[in-house]
Design a protein around this ligand. Sequence first.
Ligand SMILES: [Zn+2]
Length: 356
Amino acid sequence: MTLHLRGVLLPEGEQRDLWVVNGRIRTTPVPNAETVFDGGFLLPGLVDAHCHVGLGASGAVSIDEAARQAEADRDAGALLLRDCGSPIDTRPLQERSDLPRIVRAGRHLSRPKRYIRELGLELDDPALLPDAVAEQAANSDGWVKIVGDWIDRSVGDLAPLWPDDVLVTAIDAAHRAGARVTAHVFGENALPGLINAGIDCIEHGTGLTDDTIAEMARRGTALVPTLINTDNFPDIADGADRYPTYAKHMRSLYARSKETVAAAVEAGVPVYAGTDAGGGITHGRIVDEIAALAAAGLGAERALGAASWAARQWLGWSGVNDGAPADLIGYRADPRSDLDALRTPSRIVLRGVVLA
Ligand SMILES: [Zn+2]
């Protein structure tokens, strides 16, 4: 069936007519199209650039539960997910045309006792990282996720997991395989080694300083702050009585987390929206993250881009142009003037099919 949609297309802000044929957008009229949206605002489908399909509050979930997680993300408008590491193989979900597109990063790469138990692959020897990265690159959708820092209980504080020279070799191995690399990082100390090794993205990034922000801006390294998840830092600190230095560190990272994001934006670091759904965060909260980014200093329009057109381009998915995959979302009210408009999508088109 041929579809027709009419509305103010963001980010350009002009009234546009779009047609959808065989899952693709057409910008010139197609006869006998059924109008499925007329009057309102059209956006390229939203993006959750950091979530975990297949991960629940108590670890790995069944593939059926993972599908329900993806449905929750989709119903919130997120039609493209970058899965930042999953304990289960979610490839079967990529065969379901009603679920969001999923860009998989494979398994988290960590070390024993240096991440959430049984979530990632734990490498006994850090020197094994380059081979492990190459293996994940071969089995993912162009991204590899490594755990950059975590509490080191022998130190009682956050500490890097990998030596700098190993990171250089590992990230180089990913790049040679055509994959990008991202890392979970809370603290300050792991950041220079990762950024200088040419990592493509930093997750959370609460420990960014003026120096590491400047280097990310210079290199174009992306940042996905996951603000609705870093809001849990005070709870993490409260639960870490035995490690007072770590608890204090987490509280101080949290206290400046919004300013850190604002400084990164100000410096020109590309920032994208990710909820970190899958552990402590439930799926389907992309709008909360957009609102948090807007409040942290992006403003509404840039926060929208960070969860839509800009994020799609960054992940290699085109926006709204002739021949592009037809992943569109329509709202009655203008989300630029009130982000709450995003909470009630009035039309969702995914792969050229009307879902809602
Ligand atoms: Zn995560």
